[in-house]
Design a protein around this ligand. Structure first.
Ligand code: C2E
Ligand code: MG
Ligand code: MG
Ligand code: MG
Length: 300
């Protein structure tokens, strides 16, 4: 897109020259640098996963969400919010998503063998819309399950409303094939998409993850309170679990608990941590809230 804009600015002469400024040159250059660096990042082993606990109201660990990190030799630490959209646009996400699946499932297998705490239900893995859209998606997941010998019921695939570019019936068909193997599905960032809620009726979902933008406002914005209340009661009627994302403060946790939310993820309980710290957390089976324990900060 940026390339086209620059091209047009040059073509249409003087009047448009102000488009062609330093800021844009930087962003185009930066984008190209990132594309190039991404291209080599897998073979250079620059990606790694961190794991953020998902807990109940007492801090018992119910699962982890695997979150991708990239430490680029040229660019330093690049957050997923910056490189994932580019990986999506360039198609690199297919390979990268495969790496995430393999790495997360291999780790899950190790944890499974070491013995998981009794309440541990799932390792959540983010699936991008274009990964889900592939005809081979179901097969890809089946193969990783087979290769790594994990218990498939421990897999929680996080999809977003963005996967609804396909027809609901084909999305549902893919999900049903995997549900036969007990794989779980969550809708990530629930409430932020532009789609109608109709899909909820037709998809075999297990959980809604309330987006952190609602949680962030809950203690001072009555509207957020109402929205979360509505999501929780809707989920209850539809037999879906609800997990609140981005819980940073005890007040938020208390309000959410009052509304009936029983699963949480957020800095209040734990930041995403490296694999060794995650393994240690599993041994304790719980995450004491921030006030009670010094946090192990995410290794950068
Ligand atoms: P997400 O799946 O909604 O993940 C939750 C994000 O919220 C993570 O950001 C996490 O670090 C952050 N977070 C957790 N608790 C808190 C909190 O209390 N406060 C605040 N402010 N933030 C919190 P992260 O790791 O930067 O990831 C951003 C997004 O990048 C993810 O959002 C997800 O959409 C995407 N992503 C990350 N890893 C992967 C991956 O392996 N594959 C794909 N396709 N997308 C990924
Ligand atoms: Mg997620
Ligand atoms: Mg989310
Ligand atoms: Mg998000």
């Amino acid at each position: 897109k940026a390339d086209t804009a620059m091209y047009q600015a040059k073509e249409s002469g003087r009047g448009s020259l102000y488009f062609y400024n330093d800021e844009m040159r930087n962003s185009v250059a930066e984008r190209l640098a990132m594309e190039k660096a991404l291209h080599y990042a897998l073979e250079r082993d620059e990606f790694y996963l961190v794991y953020q606990p998902q807990v109940d109201g007492n801090g018992n660990i119910l699962g982890f969400e695997a979150l991708l990190r990239w430490h680029s030799k040229e660019l330093g630490q690049v957050p997923p919010s910056r490189f994932i959209p580019i990986a999506e646009e360039t198609g690199f996400i297919a390979e990268l998503g495969q790496w995430v699946l393999d790495t997360a499932c291999q780790q899950l297998k190790k944890w499974q063998e070491a013995g998981l705490p009794p309440l541990f239900k799932a390792l959540a893995i983010n699936i991008s819309p274009s990964q889900f859209a592939k005809d081979s998606f179901v097969e890809t997941i089946e193969q990783v399950i087979e290769r790594t010998c994990i218990d498939p019921s421990l897999l929680d695939l996080e999809i977003t409303e963005g996967m609804l570019v396909e027809s609901i019936s084909s999305v549902a068909a893919k999900m049903r094939s995997l549900k036969k193997q007990q794989v779980h599905f969550s809708i990530d960032d629930f409430g932020t998409g532009y789609s109608s809620l109709r899909y909820l009726q037709h998809l075999p979902l297990d959980q809604l993850k309330i987006d952190q933008s609602f949680v962030r406002d809950i203690s001072h914005d009555p509207n957020s309170h109402v929205i979360i209340n509505t999501i929780v009661s809707m989920a209850r009627h539809m037999n879906l679990s609800v997990l609140a994302e981005g819980v940073e403060y005890v007040e938020e946790k208390n309000i959410l608990t009052g509304i009936g939310c029983t699963r949480f993820q957020g800095y209040y309980f734990s930041r995403p941590v490296d694999v060794q710290s995650a393994t240690n957390l599993l041994a304790n089976a719980s995450c004491l809230p921030l006030e009670l324990v010094p946090q192990e900060a995410e290794a950068v």
